[in-house]
Design a protein around this ligand. Structure first.
Ligand code: C2E
Ligand code: CA
Ligand code: CA
Length: 694
């Protein structure tokens, strides 16, 4: 009701002052009335005493002189407030009466005819009028009574009014002054309370709990101020504690978030983080009707590095990979480690083909420089798979699976490539599955065949053959090993195939020997997976015995990466195989590890220069340089050098010039089945080849 404490207090104080003043006024008027009454009685008494003295003389005789009586009474007519007066004899009978000036105002009968005998003298009030009875003569010898009726109420009222009129202005001034002074002191008293209230309001608005109320005198408000100061101090302490606890909580939460969302080795976001992010991004892209690109990549032969050079080296490589990729990305691109050697890149917005290809190329370039680790220079390949959200209908797992598919395409194509997912890959994926599922059947149904590609020396003489598997599939027709070998490797079916190839070569060995009446070697390709199976040597040994094979007719080819990925096992295996008499060739040399120091530690006989260098001999200075260097290196290490993929005589000329021992390629012969061996010449003439090539 009241917004300020001042108003009710002001009202209370004013009312109190007003009430006190009224009380004083009322008391004064009452007193005045009392005094007035006393004065009137005194006057009436004095007047009556005079009259009774005169009346006593008149009533002295036997006969009453009424005229004299009337004259005496007539004195009363001069008085304003006398209503009437009567004289009675000693028996109370009325002798004479007179009306005073105030007779008109009388309310009661002025006089009675008689008075009770022995009426006592004195004053009483009758109908507001003052009636007085006086004895005439001594009470012992009473001669009569005098009764005087006086009007007092009206004169009193008049007098009171007069008094009131006189006193009122003064009273009013005093009242105002008193109220004014009271209010002044009241507001002075309340001032500290107001300042305290303002202070608390300030604290409330600024939330600055370091503020303090300045306390002056030692009154209740100062005590209240002190209490508020104490309270603020407590709040401040509590707030500090709260703040510190909050900080700790925030830090803990950040640590938890980091642990939950970031990979501890590389510091990159982890699978959990990127999946959450991707889910949101996909929803956003779908709403905005935009596309989104996902890039998968993993390192070629990383497992081999881990196995041969140790996990610490593997970890160092992963850290550097994260570093290299992060520095080449633009702001807004996201790179994360999914686990193992698998990474993911989420490029920021721009999904144009040019931008994607540009980024893919930059990632590949980031891997072109060898990794310098612990004195080794390691070249690590990378395979990229790229998928778009629109091709996956914005479904996260579909998108991931598409990118994965594209990445495996890159792996199948060879190192340092990227593949952008296209829907037909799903179809080819189905083909892949169907191939994987029919390998076992293919062996029992004799669907595999061995094709042989001759290897020749510098004089054009066949010194051996490379056994290359072919699959004539009942539904898909001829399937090349480049397609089904990786599938077999992934599906764990490669050992069965390798065993079949070795046995088949053993079976066909006698036919081969009949065709070529000289020493030669049949080269059998081994996969990295074969080397991880410890039983391989025993089964080879058993097959050689079973088919009566001279191990000196056999060579095993293994790729540089397969050898190094299983370094310890490979070394042991090839040493045993070599001791038995077989030769060992390092296939596809020059593409993988650029550190050559291991060459002195492994037991091999031949280096096979990778086809890509031969293909580029005419066009690439670098390939010519690498080829020359590899040949030179092989010579220094007393290794035989073999070049594959020779398709024209210029390539052969070049290789011959540089002292390459053996060559193999379509220029001489494509791989052929045994029954076509009749088409092979006894010797490949250079001149004839040049002409046929022309
Ligand atoms: P590779 O060991 O490098 O075999 C040489 C490949 O080069 C063969 O392909 C051969 O046909 C091809 N080639 C030879 N000369 C030329 C040429 O002048 N030009 C061109 N363009 N190509 C030429 P193929 O038979 O398709 O085999 C592909 C790969 O499959 C082989 O590469 C090898 O890694 C794998 N492979 C083949 N047979 C087997 C096998 O029995 N076991 C295992 N584990 N892998 C095999
Ligand atoms: Ca080979
Ligand atoms: Ca090769």
């Amino acid at each position: 009701m009241f917004r300020s404490i001042k108003s009710p207090l002001g009202i209370i104080v004013s009312s109190a002052v007003f009430f006190a003043t009224a009380m004083v006024l009322w008391l004064a008027i009452s007193e005045h009335e009392d005094l007035y009454h006393k004065a009137v009685r005194g006057n009436v008494n004095a007047l009556a005493t005079n009259l009774t003295d005169d009346l006593a003389v008149v009533l002295e005789g036997e006969n009453i002189n009424y005229t004299e009586l009337s004259v005496v009474l007539a004195q009363l007519e001069a008085y304003d407030n006398i209503i009437s007066a009567g004289v009675y004899d000693d028996d109370g009978a009325l002798l004479s009466q007179v009306d005073g000036k105030a007779v008109d105002r009388a309310t009661s009968p002025v006089t009675e005819k008689a008075l009770d005998a022995q009426t006592p003298a004195g004053f009483f009030t009758e109908n507001n009028d003052l009636v007085s009875i006086h004895y005439i003569g001594e009470p012992a010898m009473l001669k009569g009574y005098l009764k005087v009726v006086t009007d007092v109420s009206r004169p009193v009222t008049r007098s009171k009014r007069a008094l009131l009129f006189q006193a009122m202005p003064l009273v009013f001034v005093i009242l105002l002054v008193t109220i004014g002074i009271s209010l002044y002191f009241l507001s002075r008293l309340l001032r500290p309370l107001y300042s305290l209230s303002r202070f608390t309001q300030q604290v409330n608005e600024t939330k600055d709990y370091a503020l303090r109320y300045e306390t002056g005198h030692k009154n209740e408000i100062s005590k209240l101020g002190n209490s508020i100061n104490n309270l603020l101090e407590m709040i401040e302490v509590e707030l500090t504690i709260n703040y510190e606890q909050n900080q700790t909580l925030i830090e803990q939460q950040q640590t938890m978030t980091r642990l939950a969302n970031y990979d501890s080795l590389t510091g990159l976001p982890n699978r959990q983080f990127v999946m959450d992010n991707l889910r949101l991004e996909l929803a956003r892209a779908r709403r905005a009707d935009e596309d989104l690109v996902l890039m998968f990549f993993d390192l070629d032969g990383f497992k081999g590095i881990n196995d041969s050079l140790g996990h610490e080296t593997g970890d160092l490589i992963l850290i550097e990979v994260a570093d290299r990729v992060t520095t080449m990305l633009r702001e807004g691109d996201l790179v994360a480690r999914l686990g193992g050697d698998e990474f993911i890149i989420l490029p920021d917005r721009d999904t144009s083909r040019a931008s994607i290809e540009n980024m893919a190329n930059r990632v590949i370039t980031a891997f072109s420089e060898p990794f310098q680790l612990r004195g080794l220079a390691l070249t690590v390949g990378v395979s990229l798979g790229i998928a778009k959200a629109t091709d996956a209908d914005f479904d996260l797992s579909q998108l991931m699976s598409n990118a994965d598919l594209a990445m495996y395409r890159s792996k199948a194509k060879g190192r340092g490539t990227y593949t952008i997912f296209t829907p037909d890959m799903v179809e080819s994926h189905k083909r892949k599955l169907s191939i994987a599922n029919s390998i076992d059947q293919a062996i029992s149904n004799h669907e595999f065949q061995i094709y042989y590609q001759p290897k020749i020396d510098g004089k054009g003489v066949i010194i051996g053959f490379e056994a290359l598997i072919r699959w004539v599939h009942p539904d898909f027709g001829m399937i090349m090993p480049a397609e089904f070998i990786p599938i077999a490797e992934q599906g764990g079916k490669i050992s069965a195939i390798t065993r079949w190839v070795i046995e088949q070569v053993c079976v066909e060995m006698s036919a081969l020997r009949q065709h070529l009446q000289r020493r030669f070697r049949v080269s059998i390709n081994l996969s990295g997976h074969d080397l991880r199976h410890s039983g391989l040597f025993d089964s080879i040994h058993a097959l050689f015995i079973k088919h009566n094979i001279n191990p000196e007719y056999i060579e095993f080819e293994v790729t540089e990466s397969a050898y190094l990925e299983n370094f310890a096992l490979s070394n042991k295996f090839f040493r045993r195989v070599s001791n038995m008499g077989c030769a060992i060739a390092l296939d596809d040399f020059g593409t993988g590890y650029s550190s050559l120091s291991y060459l002195t530690q492994i037991s091999i006989d031949t280096l096979k220069i990778d086809r890509q260098f031969i293909r580029e001999l005419e066009t690439s200075e670098r390939s010519r340089l690498v080829t020359g260097t590899i040949i030179d290196l092989a010579k220094r290490l007393s290794l035989t050098i073999c070049a594959e993929g020779i398709e024209n005589h210029e390539q052969w000329e070049y290789l011959l010039e540089h002292g390459c021992d053996h060559v193999q390629g379509f220029l001489f012969s494509k791989p052929i089945p045994l029954h076509q061996f009749d088409t092979l010449p006894a010797r490949f003439e250079r001149r004839a080849l040049i002409q046929s090539n022309l």
